[in-house]
Write a protein that binds this ligand. Structure first.
Ligand code: PHE
Length: 524
């Protein structure tokens, strides 16, 4: 028999070894095999009842590098005592006593009564000493145990020894022990049943512990997860989701209908992406895909209530366009307007929508067919021709909410925003007067973020202007307020992402997307 394990499969070797050593200790028989190797072989044999085994957990004490050094050279106190004894007198400041271990050694040697301070120097007290630490460590090095638990704790604290767990096995023959592993059959076949060979066949046992194959599942993007959280908030409050599928819109819906003057800096190519092919579309009409989608949602909504028993009015898009034009150019509905020549081609230019308020606008216009209190929201992508940096991309997502009702006030908007942001763990709002061409008054919203422990700008809001609402045909006393915020901002905070490019775009790490759990907006 060769040395155990050499040049032979370990499972076969164990079967052979058992012929003359039953039982055997795995650490004695196979000192050079890893525990994992031995365990794998025993499992293979155990599952076939060819061996049986018991597991023993044991602790092994091993020397650290410092412990080994003490075994080789003596303990720190021993070395100090030896030095002092050789030289007769050694001042504590002597360079040979300056190392940390020599300092420790001097202290211990004094405590042990081996040396003492005599005037300005150490002198030896004992002629010969027993270096017990070294003796104990020699013993540990050999036997790998340390019966005295208190001393073990002490040596561990002094980092002289370490404890490692070792697992060993006591192995004996099993009921089906043999020197070879019999050929195993994995499938029961019709032939085996016919010829009766199944009776004597050895079947490969099932491995119920085998891990299943890794499943390749899809993963939701963090932005989509946070979007879902926001959608839930809105749905809980009976908001209806607006149809935001139209990324390309006209200057009319993105700007003009919102009373944004045609010379407004936001309409500059530096801020807005214009589509070059085709560069423009027709004047506003009922072709907006919004109509059918919104109709369906409103019909399904339990909140759907008719404001007018005579049924919806037919929307007159030509009149609407004429009124928007008039309110810009000449003033109308009590407004003096901007008084500039309104361009019909500017209104038809196609843009990548710069805000989801374009969508809110056609939904509000539609509301004029049947004016009544309504709550709409949307969460979708918008585009701005901006310089890209760590917190800005040329495209991002806006969360927008719009509330129409009779007798709404600015205080009501503030109260609503307070309730809304409370859902995100942001309390204590502050409002700063701001400017939007389509709202008056307008307010920037600041919130104290408990997680970040500072005030952060979290949104924009305002009461929509009569210049926007009255041309739509909404009644004068129906007020509408709205607010918007980015989806990226809360997502970056929740997922602790500091660079927006790690969240959106071609540099995103798919591992980050796959491994991140969902978040709770209301928990820090
Ligand atoms: N459209 C605004 C923005 O892009 C947000 C907003 C929506 C403001 C509705 C007021 C009312 O920041």
């Amino acid at each position: 028999n060769e040395a155990n394990g050499a040049g032979r499969d370990l499972t076969i070797d164990i079967l052979h070894h058992l012929e003359s050593h039953d039982p055997f200790q795995s650490d004695v028989a196979y000192p050079d095999r890893s525990q994992a190797e031995i365990k794998a072989a025993l499992d293979r044999l155990g599952s076939r009842s060819m061996v049986e085994y018991d597991t023993n957990d044991a602790e092994q004490i091993t020397l650290t590098a410092e412990g080994q050094q003490i075994v080789d050279e003596g303990s720190h106190e021993y070395k100090v005592w030896q030095l002092v004894k050789e030289k007769g007198r050694v001042p504590p400041k002597d360079p040979s006593l300056a190392t940390p271990s020599a300092k420790l050694g001097s202290g211990n040697a004094i405590k042990a009564g081996w040396i003492k301070k005599d005037g300005d120097a150490f002198v030896a007290v004992k002629d010969s000493v027993q270096d017990a630490t070294r003796e104990t460590l020699k013993y540990v090095a050999e036997l790998k145990t340390m019966p005295d638990q208190r001393q073990l704790k002490d040596f561990q604290k002094r980092k002289l020894v370490g404890v490692t767990k070792i697992i060993t096995y006591e192995v004996r023959k099993g009921p089906r022990w043999a020197k070879e592993i019999p050929l195993e059959v994995t499938d029961l076949t019709a032939e085996m049943l016919e010829d009766g060979s199944w009776k004597s066949a050895t079947f490969k046992p099932y491995n119920f512990k085998a891990l299943g194959a890794q499943q390749n599942a899809g993963a939701l993007h963090p932005l989509n997860k946070v979007r879902e959280e926001f959608r839930k908030i809105f749905f809980n409050w009976d908001f209806i989701e607006m149809p935001t599928g139209r990324f390309v819109d006209t200057g009319f819906w993105n700007f003009d209908a919102l009373f944004v003057p045609q010379q407004h800096p936001a309409r500059d190519v530096q801020d807005t992406f214009y589509v070059s092919d085709p560069p423009e579309s027709g004047l506003p009409g009922p072709d907006a895909p919004a109509d059918t989608a919104l109709d369906k949602m409103e019909a399904e909504s339990m909140l759907f209530s008719s404001g007018d028993e005579s049924g919806p009015k037919k929307l007159d898009y030509a009149q609407y366009y004429k009124d928007v034009r008039a309110v810009h150019q000449d003033g109308k509905f009590g407004s003096i307007g901007y008084r500039y020549p309104f361009s019909d081609s500017e209104t038809q230019r196609l843009v990548l929508r710069t805000h989801t308020t374009a969508v809110s606008t056609y939904c509000l216009h539609r509301l004029a067919a049947n004016p009544r209190p309504a709550r709409y929201f949307s969460i979708d992508r918008v585009f701005r021709n901006e310089t890209v940096d760590a917190t800005h991309l040329a495209e991002f997502h806006q969360i927008e909410g719009v509330i129409a009702d009779y007798g709404l006030t600015l205080g009501g908007l503030q109260a609503f925003l307070g309730k809304f942001f409370e859902q995100l763990g942001i309390t204590n709002l502050r409002f700063k007067p701001a400017y939007n061409p389509y709202t008056e008054p307008s307010m920037e919203v600041f919130g104290f973020h408990r997680g970040l422990n500072k005030w952060v700008e979290i949104g924009n809001s305002g009461m929509f202007r009569p210049e926007m609402l009255l041309p739509m045909g909404l009644p004068e006393d129906l007020r509408v307020y709205g607010f918007g915020l980015s989806l990226e901002r809360p997502t970056m905070i929740k997922y602790a992402v500091s660079n927006i490019r790690e969240l959106l775009g071609h540099k995103v790490d798919l591992g980050f997307i796959e491994s991140n759990a969902a978040v709770r907006l209301d928990k820090d």
